[in-house]
Design a protein around this ligand. Structure first.
Ligand code: TGC
Ligand code: FAD
Length: 393
């Protein structure tokens, strides 16, 4: 049975005062959409392990696909604060739905916008913005996750076209994507980006099943068996690992905002429950142990909100570094996963059911803490940034 979504966003330090009227309007419209369209159905889709495909049209309409892409290419032409706010509101509903938006905007539209030719931009971007075309991003391979520079997927020049061979794994949206941005090594060993299209001979996208996390998101492989890639499908303006990593900066930024949304939903749910649930003759929110949990949650959320607000300001000014983005992604996900675990306990047995969103957020966050660079990798990026020493290798 569809439940009413009673969410009220915590704003302990009055951060709303730092947002423009336009930002608040955008937030209100996305929040409204999530309450009406996502919250009533998401639990069922997660339980069924099915992606709610019917939400794609609405995601496009609220501007979730490529919010910062210029209007001339079909994007919304918004700033990074707006982008962050949109991701936060969507992930407040579900990390899997935010994943779909992140992949489409940051990992498919962004590389075409940043590295593509004018023809590629006009051909793909407006259709991706409207959801007419959906995309996915293939970087990770079965034997190369944290270390993408070791990838073995490759292209060979066959005169008229390139021939693509290899396999990508753990690819969000692959089972239904119309196009894939694929990263592959050329004959000189340089990493190149290309656009593979569903229907190309030798290109298949088997779905990955039995996930306990991001159950309402479709994940799969990309398998390339001598796929002919037209030369005009190569992204001409980038080569090397900085190509895919540049896209990840965009997506990790969105996750830094998004994961806080999941944390805020868990906190809001636990706070409301603590006022309603009576044990030993009083609401459990009156017991010190429960207050400790809530006080620590709101403190961490507030610190996280300040951090992403500042990061957005730096990003709007073109001054946010990749290492700053890593720190924010890592911090927000850590806050969120800890808050989800504590909030779940506060609901006692009810916390493990689908009556409340907490367990779903908690399980989703197990993917969020791993994808787009694991928690360890982001820690090492910070470590390298402050010491100048590379501890990866
Ligand atoms: P390294 O030698 O450090 O760097 C190679 C080149 O890349 C440049 N670079 C960056 N450029 C832009 N942005 C960044 N964040 C960059 N980091 C490095 C660097 O300057 C260098 O450029 P150049 O010109 O000198 O060649 O590379 P490395 O091989 O040592 O690896 C570094 C490491 C480990 C940090 C990196 O590879 C990494 O981040 N690993 C994690 C992999 C990862 O995040 N994978 C994500 C896959 S996509 C995904 O998970 C989508 S989930 C989507 C969803 O559902 O929401
Ligand atoms: P590994 O790299 O094998 O890491 C295993 C463990 O070793 C981790 O704890 C890691 O932190 C640790 N480790 C690795 N290297 C070091 C080191 N140098 N020092 C210390 N510890 C280290 N990828 C895409 O390309 N596109 C997608 O759309 C996409 N979507 C995803 C969706 C889901 C649901 C999931 C789970 C993953 C997705 N990924 C995607 C893949 C994701 O980015 C990788 O899982 C992630 O980068 C980690 O790679 P791995 O799983 O191979 O782990």
């Amino acid at each position: 049975m569809a439940k009413t979504d009673l969410y009220e966003a915590p704003d302990y330090y009055l951060l709303d005062e730092l947002l423009s009227e336009e930002h608040k309007l955008i937030r209100a419209s996305v929040r409204d959409w999530v309450k009406k369209e996502v919250s009533p159905v998401i639990e069922d889709y997660a339980q069924k392990a099915e992606f709610p495909k019917h939400l794609l049209k609405g995601l496009a309409e609220i501007g979730a696909f490529g919010p910062t892409i210029p209007v001339e290419y079909g994007g919304a032409g918004l700033d990074y604060m707006a982008y962050g706010i949109i991701m936060q509101e969507i992930e407040r509903g579900d990390s899997g739905i935010r994943s779909t938006a992140s992949v489409q905007g940051s990992l498919v539209m962004y590389p075409i916008f940043a590295y593509g030719s004018e023809e590629q931009k006009h051909k793909y971007l407006p259709k991706l913005a409207s959801g007419e075309l959906m995309g996915c991003f293939g970087l990770t391979e079965p034997d190369h996750g944290s270390n993408p520079s070791g990838m073995v997927t490759n292209i060979k020049d066959a005169g008229e076209h390139y021939v693509l061979n290899g396999a990508k794994m753990w690819i969000s949206n692959s089972p239904f994507a119309d196009i894939a941005i694929v990263w592959a090594k050329d004959e000189e060993g340089k990493i190149r980006g290309l656009i593979a299209e569903r229907g190309m001979e030798g290109f298949t996208t088997p779905e990955t099943h039995n996930k306990w996390s991001l159950r309402a998101s479709a994940t799969g492989e990309l398998v390339f068996d001598n796929v002919k890639i037209p030369k005009e499908n190569i992204l001409p303006n980038v080569s090397g690992l900085k190509g895919p990593l540049g896209c990840l900066n965009q997506a990790r930024y969105g996750i830094a905002w998004g994961a806080l949304g999941a944390a805020m939903d868990c906190y809001d749910t636990a706070l409301r429950y603590s006022k309603e649930r009576v044990q030993f003759g009083r609401p459990i929110g009156g017991f010190q142990l429960q207050q400790k949990k809530l006080a620590e949650m709101i403190t961490e959320i507030t610190k996280g909100q300040l951090l992403v607000w500042r990061l957005a300001t730096l990003k709007n000014e073109g001054r946010a570094t990749a290492a700053q983005i890593s720190m924010a992604k890592r911090n927000s996900v850590e806050i969120a996963i800890n808050i989800a675990r504590e909030a779940r306990q506060m609901l006692g047995g009810m916390g493990i059911t689908g009556e409340y969103p907490i367990m779903r957020h908690m399980m989703n966050l197990e993917s969020v803490i791993t994808y787009e660079g694991t928690h360890d990798i982001h820690l090492l990026i910070t470590g390298m940034d402050v010491t100048g020493e590379n501890a990866f290798k």
